[in-house]
Ligand binder design. Structure first.
Ligand SMILES: Cc1cc2nc3c(=O)[nH]c(=O)nc-3n(C[C@H](O)[C@H](O)[C@H](O)COP(=O)(O)OP(=O)(O)OC[C@H]3O[C@@H](n4cnc5c(N)ncnc54)[C@H](O)[C@@H]3O)c2cc1C
Length: 448
C-alpha cells in the first residue's frame, strides 16, 4: 500500500493527533471529516508524563502557543485516596528510577512523595516561573479541557497543511482492499488510500464497516459508567498540581484541576449502584456541583481485536477504552499515531499491520494489568463492589510479579522472568507500597 491520501473520520483528540502525525511525520495528504452534530467527548482530561514530550518534541506543537491557547495546568502525578493509608502519592518519573528523581524547582527526590507540598507553587503552565519552566519541559503531564485542546489541534492541523471538513459519514462502501469510499449526509463521496477510524466509541469504520470485533476487558475492569460534573474554582481553592483519585463505594472519583474549573468524575459499576444512587453519592461528596449539569457517560472496557485491518486503522476510543485511572488514553493515541506514521514511511509496509497490531494489543494488555493492580488490593472501603474487586480481579502478566512481591517483599530491579512492565517495576511498587500491601516478612507497617 503506497499511501498518498488518508481520510480521518473524527475530529476529536484522536482524529486530530492521528492527522497531525500523518501530515507532519509521514508527509501524507490528510483530510479530517467530523460532525458537529455528533460532537466529541468533552471530558476533562489529564495526560501521562511523557505526553507533553510527544506533543511538542515529536509532533512539533510549539510550547508557547500551546500554553497560551490551551492553558494547561501542571500534573506532577496522582494523589490516591486509596488502599489502607490515609493517602499516597504516585509522582511522575522525572528520570528513570526513584533514587535519582528530583522534582523540578526543588532539591528533593521524588521518594519524598508529598505532592501537596507543591500546592500553590505551580499554577497554570503559562504562569510558571520561566526558570522553573525550563526544568519542567519533560517528564511532567498536563491537565487541559478537551474542548480547548481540540480547538487548538484543529488550527495546528490546518496550519500544517491538512484539510478539515464538516460533515456526517452515513455510508461506508467496502471493497477488496478494505474501504473503497465514504458517503456523507450531504451527498459527497470521499475516497482515499488509507482510512483512519477516529469516530469514538461507535467504531464506525473498523467495527461497523469492517466488522472487526471488540475484545472485552470488562471481565477484569468492572466499571462501566462515569458521572461527570464540575464547578467554578473559588478564590480559596488553590490549583492542585496533580490529579486526585478517590475511592468511592462502587468505583472511584477523579478530580482534575483546570485554571477556572474543577472537574470531577465518578467512575462506577452499574451492577453495584444505580445511576440515582451514584449521582447521590457524587453530589454528597461534591456539593458545589450543579445537579442539573451532571452528565452520564456509559463506556465499556475493551479493545479492538486488530487495530489495522486492510486499509483501515482505528485510533482513540474506536480502538479501545479503559477508564482514566492512570490517564493513559491520550498517551496511547499519541504513541499509536506516531508509530503508524513511522511505519507508513518504510519502504516495505506489507508486514507493517501485523507488527502494529501486535504492539497495540500489548499496550492495552499492559494498561489493563496495571489498572488491575489498583483494584486487587484496594481495601479502603468495605463495600460489595470493593470486596468483589479484591476477590475477582485477575492480574494478568503482573501475577507472577505480585506473587514474588508477596513472598519476598519489594524489589525495584525485578526482571526475574524477563518481563518488561509498561509502568516499570517502580510503577508497580509505587502502587503496592502506596496501598500498604504487606509481604510475608513485612513489619507491621500496614494498619492505620
Ligand atoms: C469519562 C471519561 C474520562 C476520560 N478521561 C481521560 C483522561 O483524563 N485522560 C485521557 O487520556 N483520556 C481520557 N478519556 C479518554 C478520551 O476521551 C479519549 O482519549 C480522547 O478524548 C479521544 O476521543 P476520540 O477522539 O477517540 O473520540 P471523540 O472525542 O468522541 O471524537 C469522535 C469524533 O468522531 C466524529 N464522528 C463520529 N461519527 C461520525 C460520523 N458518522 N461522521 C463524521 N464524524 C463522526 C465526532 O464528530 C468526533 O469528532 C476519558 C474518557 C471518558 C469517557
Amino acid at each position: 500500500m503506497n499511501t498518498r491520501h488518508a481520510i480521518v473520520v473524527g475530529g476529536g483528540t484522536a482524529g486530530l493527533i492521528a492527522a497531525i502525525s500523518l501530515v507532519r511525520l509521514a508527509g501524507i495528504r490528510v483530510t479530517v471529516i467530523r460532525s458537529s452534530d455528533i460532537g466529541h467527548i468533552m471530558v476533562g482530561e489529564g495526560t501521562f508524563s511523557s505526553t507533553p514530550r510527544l506533543l511538542h518534541d515529536v509532533l512539533g506543537i510549539p510550547r508557547p502557543e500551546f500554553f497560551d491557547k490551551v492553558n494547561p495546568t501542571w500534573k506532577l502525578g496522582i494523589h490516591f485516596l486509596w488502599g489502607n493509608r490515609p493517602y499516597f502519592d504516585f509522582p511522575f518519573s522525572f528520570a528513570v528510577s526513584h533514587d535519582n528523581q528530583i522534582l523540578p524547582g526543588t532539591e528533593k527526590p521524588w521518594g519524598y512523595y508529598n505532592l501537596d507540598e507543591h500546592l500553590g507553587r505551580y499554577t497554570t503552565v503559562s504562569n510558571t516561573d520561566p526558570a522553573v519552566l525550563a526544568k519542567m519541559q519533560s517528564g511532567i503531564g498536563y491537565h487541559f479541557e478537551n474542548q480547548r485542546f481540540v480547538e487548538y489541534l484543529e488550527g495546528f492541523f490546518t496550519a500544517s497543511g491538512g484539510q478539515l471538513l464538516e460533515g456526517k459519514v452515513t455510508d461506508v462502501v467496502t471493497g477488496d482492499h478494505g474501504i473503497a469510499y465514504l458517503r456523507t449526509a450531504d451527498g459527497r463521496q470521499l475516497d482515499a488510500d488509507l482510512f483512519i477510524d477516529a469516530s469514538g466509541f461507535s467504531g464506525r469504520l473498523i467495527h461497523g464497516a469492517m466488522a472487526e470485533p471488540y475484545v472485552p476487558m470488562s471481565d477484569r475492569l468492572f466499571c462501566d459508567t462515569a458521572v461527570v460534573g464540575g464547578w467554578r474554582r473559588g478564590e480559596d481553592e488553590p490549583i492542585k498540581p496533580y490529579t486526585t483519585a478517590e475511592t468511592f463505594s462502587s468505583g472511584w472519583c477523579w478530580q482534575i484541576e483546570h485554571e477556572t474549573i474543577v472537574n470531577r468524575g465518578y467512575v462506577y459499576s452499574s451492577k453495584y449502584q444505580t445511576p440515582e444512587a451514584a449521582a447521590a453519592e457524587y453530589l454528597s461528596k461534591n456539593p458545589k456541583v450543579d445537579p442539573g449539569r451532571l452528565r452520564t457517560v456509559p463506556f465499556e472496557s475493551r479493545r479492538i481485536r486488530r487495530a489495522w485491518v486492510k486499509n483501515v486503522v482505528a485510533i482513540g476510543n474506536s480502538c479501545g477504552f479503559v477508564e482514566p485511572l492512570e490517564a493513559t488514553n491520550i498517551q496511547l493515541i499519541c504513541e499509536q499515531s506516531i508509530e503508524l506514521a513511522r511505519l507508513l514511511t518504510q519502504e516495505d509496509v506489507s508486514k507493517a499491520s501485523d507488527e502494529y497490531n501486535g504492539r497495540v494489543v500489548e499496550q492495552w494488555n499492559d494498561i489493563c494489568d496495571f489498572l488491575s493492580l489498583h483494584y486487587k488490593f484496594n481495601d479502603r472501603l468495605d463495600t460489595p463492589f470493593w470486596r468483589m474487586a479484591q476477590e475477582k480481579t485477575s492480574l494478568g502478566k503482573l501475577d507472577a510479579y505480585v506473587q514474588r512481591y508477596l513472598t519476598h517483599g519489594p524489589m525495584l530491579y525485578d526482571d526475574a522472568a524477563g518481563q518488561k512492565y509498561m509502568f516499570g517495576a517502580d510503577g508497580n511498587l509505587a502502587i503496592l507500597l502506596g496501598m500498604g500491601v504487606p509481604w510475608a516478612e513485612s513489619p507491621a507497617v500496614r494498619r492505620r
